[in-house]
Design a protein around this ligand. Structure first.
Ligand code: ADP
Length: 767
């Protein structure tokens, strides 16, 4: 055996025999030593430890005279030139002296191996057992040593090897490990080891006691509180993490299923990533989530298939709506044109008429018949542009506008989209909703509709917009240009009767789960006349519904066994006393029935005149508009210039003030068509003659007494009929319209056409 070995100096590290160590060298000397070892020493080297890890000198005086003979069991030259070796300690070595080789700085040592102590077999076994038991106990009590150590040791039956293997697993100082290297006797090292194990255990126990005492002193309540809070936070964190993860998964899943183009998919995906990255407490969280929801729930590409069969559409409209033949015809024509021409160019239908005449329900029926989804928004009272086009996402609580919200509800990109009350928009400082709506309705622009919140273009070109309004005169002109107006008038009593019998009763009875109830015709007419006063049938439907509800309640509570028959005699038990009297207008001097037409239908407007001592002034009251006030001036001028014809003394006109009042004073009245009534009322008052209350009149009067054409004859005559009028004086120029009026109206009202006021005067004079 050679008595010299090349030396490698370890710093702050000791390799005991039986252990392995991985070393990496980059300096030329060390690499050379590895080479020497391999070339001349069968891969064996001597490892010695400089206990000062910072001492880089090669001064042999600092080196110990004990070391470990090790064998290089693996060597690898790394691409960066470093050499990595794995060495295994073989035995303890006594160093006689170090030899610095002159040519370079490498070191060799002259050595004598330490002989193994001879121990009695039994004794060795006993010590091994004791050691393993103590180690087991120690490992189980002290948490910082891993269990795996024991499994490595079970097959070791050499005491020296066992001790050398255990020592590095204990938290010992370098000096103490050096003691183990120095100690030649294995039995002595075993004793040292037992001692160290006991010491470590003891140390651990003391530490634990100390810990315990400290925690005991810690205010118990505070500790509990802290623990509880900690637990709560952990729980919340846990729930939040999992629920947010689930949520993100779900969002991604929904996105994957969505039929959209790649560009949009990318954008939504990005939004989801952004949301995922937000901390759970971040204030933008809900904002981002909302945004994603909007993007995910918008129908980007889903289009329903139209039913193009116009015959079926017509049948469906007939099924849901009585009469309205002209309206239905216009709708079918419109759909036919839309189908055959470039749909982009067709204007938008606007259904105009008083409330309750079936505008909304008709639009719904069109959608149903065409098999399009239906959605309705109302723009009545809307004065802010952002209601239509949304708020930018940056604001807290910002949301998309009514159009995008509507599309989300519609669930397809080609619904029938009803915009209600298009005549009731206003505008304020926040911009003009009318112009915003124009860009929605304009087929040139709506393919690229921009909502501020969405911040993406949305294609509205497949949507079929339908608008409704009560009053055509209030629709903003730019909008009117884009609309195809279809008028729906009020219904006559008999039309209403028909609607009740064929639609309202069957519909309501079906809804409430009973057979069709028998409400006699005279009872229905009574409801129409005495319990409602409207152009449409909305209130009427409510009354019928209230009757049916009462019947159902009585049936359910066993008060009655069968469906009762509702007649004009028992109607009061269901609806209480009549709300309106049968209108018999009292005949009084100076009172004459005019006819008015409001967006809510036609009505009689009694005009009342009185005079008293004064200076020929004209006093006007009753919420009259400017045009109507002028009509009153004209009326007076006309009378003054024809006073003789009317048997009035001029003096009366000069020495009295004349006061004209239009009844229902709070309701605004406007238009020139009251001219004829104003003249008649003044003459009635000044000449002390009554005008029959069954007569009503409508017509503009010129300064020469010519009677000029008026509008709204149908609504006016329906209103007149509701109020018990049977004769209407109308301008001759309106005569051709009478032919168009509902049969019932023509049947029950006598129309007297006049060209000049003198004809009217003749009629009233003759009574
Ligand atoms: P609008 O939109 O004009 O105010 P709606 O469409 O809401 O009126 O109609 C009110 C109610 O009257 C609805 O229940 C509707 O079905 C019914 N209705 C109106 N017109 C008719 C009609 N011609 N035939 C059958 N029902 C009608």
């Amino acid at each position: 055996m050679k008595n010299n070995l090349p030396v490698i100096v370890l710093r702050g590290l000791i390799l005991l025999p039986s252990n392995e160590l991985k070393l990496e060298f980059e300096d030329a000397d060390s690499i050379k030593i590895v080479d020497i070892a391999e070339l001349f020493h069968d891969g064996k080297i001597l490892l010695v430890t400089n206990k000062d890890p910072y001492d880089v000198s090669t001064d042999v005086k600092n080196l110990p005279l004990v070391g470990t003979e090790a064998k290089i069991i693996h060597k690898m030259v790394l691409p960066n030139g470093k050499v990595r070796v794995i060495v295994r300690g073989i035995k303890r070595i006594q160093i006689k002296n170090y030899i610095s080789l002159k040519a370079d700085t490498t070191l060799e040592a002259l050595i004598t191996p330490v002989e193994d102590e001879v121990i009695d077999d039994l004794e060795e076994k006993a010590i091994i057992r004791k050691l393993l038991r103590e180690l087991d106990f120690y490992i189980n009590n002290v948490p910082n040593v891993g269990n795996s150590v024991l499994s490595k040791l079970v097959n070791v039956n050499n005491l020296s090897e066992l001790v050398d293997l255990i020592v590095p697993t204990l938290p010992l100082t370098l000096d103490r490990v050096f003691d183990y290297l120095k100690e030649e006797k294995a039995s002595e090292r075993a004793r040292m080891l037992l001692l160290d194990i006991y010491k470590e255990e003891e140390l651990f126990n003391i530490e634990r006691d100390l810990d315990f005492k400290v925690t005991k002193e810690f205010d118990k309540q505070q500790r509990d509180y802290l623990l509880r809070e900690k637990l709560k936070m952990l729980k919340e964190e846990l729930v939040e993490v999992t629920s947010k993860e689930d949520e993100i998964d779900e969002l991604r899943y929904t996105l994957a299923k969505l039929d959209i183009d790649d560009d949009m998919r990318g954008k939504i995906s990005k939004a989801i990533n952004k949301y995922e990255a937000l901390l759970s407490m971040a204030p933008e969280q809900s904002m981002e989530r909302n945004y994603i929801d909007v993007l995910l729930s918008l129908p980007w590409n889903y289009t329903t298939k139209d039913n193009d069969n116009l015959k079926e559409v017509k049948e469906s409209l007939d099924e849901t709506h009585n009469g309205l033949d002209k309206v239905k015809e216009r709708i079918i024509e419109y759909l036919a044109v839309k189908k055959n021409t470039d749909s982009l160019k067709s204007p938008i239908i606007c259904l105009v008429g008083p409330p309750g005449v079936g505008k909304t329900s008709l639009a719904f029926s069109i959608a149903k018949a065409m098999r399009r989804n239906f959605v309705k928004i109302s723009v009545g009272g809307l004065d802010d542009e952002s209601e239509i086009v949304g708020h930018r996402k940056a604001y807290i609580g910002s949301k998309p506008g009514k159009i995008i919200n509507g599309m989300i509800k519609a669930k397809s990109n080609n619904p029938l989209f009803l915009i209600d009350e298009i005549d009731k928009m206003t505008h304020n400082i926040h911009g003009d909703p009318v112009s915003a709506l124009l860009s929605v309705l304009d087929p040139e622009q709506n393919k690229y509709f921009q909502d501020n919140y969405l911040d993406e273009e949305y294609d509205l070109s497949k949507v079929m917009f339908v608008a409704t309004a009560n009053d055509i005169n209030s629709i903003p002109i730019p909008l009117l240009d884009r609309l195809e107006i279809i008028k729906l008038d009020g219904y006559t009593e008999y039309e209403k009767l028909d609607i009740v019998k064929t639609h309202i009763i069957p519909k309501l009875c079906k809804d409430m789960g009973i057979d069709n109830i028998n409400i006699k015709e005279d009872a229905i007419l009574n409801i129409i006349r005495l319990y409602t006063k409207e152009a449409g049938v909305r209130e009427l439907e409510r009354k019928i519904s209230s009757i049916i509800r009462k019947v159902v309640t009585r049936l359910v509570s066993n008060e009655i066994k069968r469906l009762p028959i509702i007649t004009s005699k028992n109607i009061e038990t269901y609806l209480g006393l009549p709300i309106y009297e049968d209108t018999i207008i009292e005949e009084k001097i100076g009172i004459v029935n005019g006819l008015g037409y409001t967006p809510y239908g036609g009505n009689t407007i009694p005009i009342e005149t009185n005079f008293y001592k004064g200076k020929g002034n004209l006093i006007l009251t009753g919420s009259l508009g400017d045009v109507m006030k002028e009509s009153a001036q004209i009326a007076l001028s006309y009378i003054k210039s024809n006073y003789k014809e009317f048997n009035i003394k001029y003096d009366t006109l000069e020495t009295n003030d004349i006061h004209i009042h239009a009844l229902d004073g709070a309701i605004p009245k406007e238009g020139p068509s009251a001219g004829i009534t104003l003249v008649t009322s003044i003459i009635s008052s000044l000449t002390n003659t009554k005008v029959k209350s069954n007569i009503a009149m409508t017509g503009e009067v010129s300064l020469h007494g010519d009677i000029l054409k008026i509008g709204g004859l149908k609504e006016k005559s329906l209103g007149a009929l509701r109020n018990g009028v049977d004769t209407i004086i109308i301008p001759y120029d309106n005569l051709n319209e009478v032919e168009e009026l509902p049969k019932e109206v023509k049947h029950r009202i006598k129309f007297i056409p006049v060209k000049n006021y003198m004809e009217v005067y003749k009629i009233i004079k003759e009574g």
